[in-house]
Write a protein of this length. Structure first.
Length: 126
């Protein structure tokens, strides 16, 4: 079991340089947990892609359906106070803090993309 952020989920479905890595991560452990926030972030990612013109809106809506199916039953509520407390020392957004809080609550790694976009990182929160 792992917590994955919306970017990792998008990489799994959208063909890019990170797609093979995201798919390999899924092969190794297909139990991907997400906070309820993931839908908002994932929709934002799809809208950015849609505004570029390709793939089509129909294809992107299909990706939306596949992503929902992939994490169905794995959405979790988060501890809002914990997210707040983690956001301060880790200097992350309230959105990123929700992923951190979920990972800490479940005692599992968080798989996310680092801010430079170079690689995936495992965030162990103690």
């Amino acid at each position: 079991m792992k917590v994955v952020d919306a970017n990792v989920l998008a990489y799994y479905f959208m063909d890019c340089q990170y797609t093979p890595l995201a798919r390999r991560l899924f092969e190794l452990d297909s139990e991907w947990m997400v906070p309820e926030l993931w839908r908002h972030e994932f929709l934002s990612i799809l809208l950015k892609i849609a505004r570029q013109g390709t793939p089509s809106e129909t294809e992107l809506l299909t990706v939306w359906e596949y992503a929902n199916a992939l994490v169905q039953g794995n959405e979790q509520e988060i501890d809002w106070q914990l997210a707040f407390h983690l956001a301060i020392p880790y200097r992350v957004s309230s959105y990123d803090a929700q992923y951190l809080a979920l990972a800490q609550t479940l005692g599992v790694p968080l798989i996310t993309e680092d801010r430079t976009g170079v690689d995936f990182i495992y965030a162990g929160v103690s």
